[in-house]
Design a protein. Sequence first.
Length: 590
Amino acid sequence: MKKHLPAFVLLLALLAIAATLLPDPAPRGFDLAAFGRLPVLADGRLKPMDTVARNTLLLLQGRQRVVTPDQRMLRPNEWLLDLFFEPAAADTYQVIRIDNADVLSLFNLAQADGDGGVRFSFAQLRPGLAELDRQAQLADSVESAERSAFQRAVAGLREHIVLYDHMKFSLQAPDSPDFPGLLKDPAGLADGKTVFASMDSYSLLRVVPPAAGAADWQSAGRSLLGAAAGGPVDSSVRAYTTMGRAWIAGDPDAFNAAVHSYATRLTGPLAPVVRKCALEALFNRAAPFYTSMILYVIVFLCAVVSWLKWPDALGRTAFALMGLAFVLTTVGIAARMWLEGRPPVTNLYSSALFIGWGAVGLCLILERLDRRAVAGAAGALIGFSTLVIAHHLALSGDTLEMMRAVLDSNFWLSTHVVTVTVGYASTFLAGFLAIIYILRGVLTRSLDRGTAEALTRMVYGIVCFATFFSFIGTVLGGIWADQSWGRFWGWDPKENGALIIVLWNAVILHCRWGGLIRQRGLMALAVFGNVVTAWSWFGTNMLGVGLHSYGFTSAAFYGLLTFVSVQLVLIALALVPPERWRSAGAAILG
């Protein structure tokens, strides 16, 4: 059994991954997958309806599933269709998240009134929207950095309410009782000018592809205003109207026919767009990064247990699964690069993916050289942690967002950004290997002399690697800054953070070379490298100042504070004399 365990577990993992590629069963016969592949222009880029549905739900409620009042489970595309064509029903779905109890009191609601105590419907919130708007206007008069938790929550909720309400105007006016009737004859089109104008004003989606000679996509409302002025009704608008009628009537045959007919018409002039949207919809359904998260948990468990029992079988199992997770993440990052037409790192979200990917790649090399499952455990920890960070960053909107003008350079994104991010990844890896050294020494009896020396060699080698890439990446960043802003260095917080990483890694090496530290000292300094790197990666963005503040997020402050606190505790443990490690571990475990 032990001999064949790695192959058996790997086969099960491959079957599970293959299952994620299978199309979802069509609920009630409606081909939601085909609808989800239809392209639209939103937030400055072409994307499938499936992405619109998923991103909107993540922004509104932090998850993608929707539970109706009668306890039906809706897929994202089902919810989006209800929002477009049956808004009265969609208004009863509890999809708007409110965490702040004081904000909830504005609507005279209690946590017991919501799904899980935090999710509420638009219908529940409607009576208090006027008061919400008043409070939000008061919050707007205060600088964002000085707002209270209540004011930040109010401003955020208003943004979500506006998003939800405006999405309803994408394909028809929610307050028009017979919208399809307006399209039947020229008189109806003329009477609907006011309705069409409101659709054009509020719609967040551009669903009408450019006609011959046209420059860009249009909203349904803009297209219908042109038709009301004497032009024809665009075939895209008619197709969506037919889908809406079929959806409301519960007629899957008519709905599927309209979707497939429209998709076929788009294939000719917009074939590249259709292919990209189809791949993005498949990417959304497969969720490779979520699957990798699960694999990393299994890898970590196998690695840790292998230190105590079945070291060969479980070690090989951990190595095989980590390799599979690495390949899966590689495919996911490559797919994102193709969809975005950019190098792998363009924003905080993609930096989290790349840091985890780079660290796991290094761990695979280390594990190949030294089969102790130590690098496997470190890789699993970093891979899982960075994917969790990426998941939470995805809650802020589209992760394939348009590039800021100052970052719109594939050359520098491929050189400076990738190089400095490799420096981040390797510095984190050295720190996590050091954590394993400390915890194994404090909590277990598995840190023998051979393992301790192997870990020391790994940490030292990775710190050398990290110093090189951090230094080169920082110099390349200075050259890019000189081209963009006319100065090589400006003491910007992000620039300072990158320099601190280089200097700290250099401190570690000089202390080692000068004999100032040995094994435990090396590990303590490497763990503090996690603090330095986390500050440069996230902390500088929280300052909200500087030319490099691209990803400000106050929500991450407490997470960063907790992470730093844990690292300081681990450093303190590393400084405890080895003969007292067992008693320290006993105290920790109670």
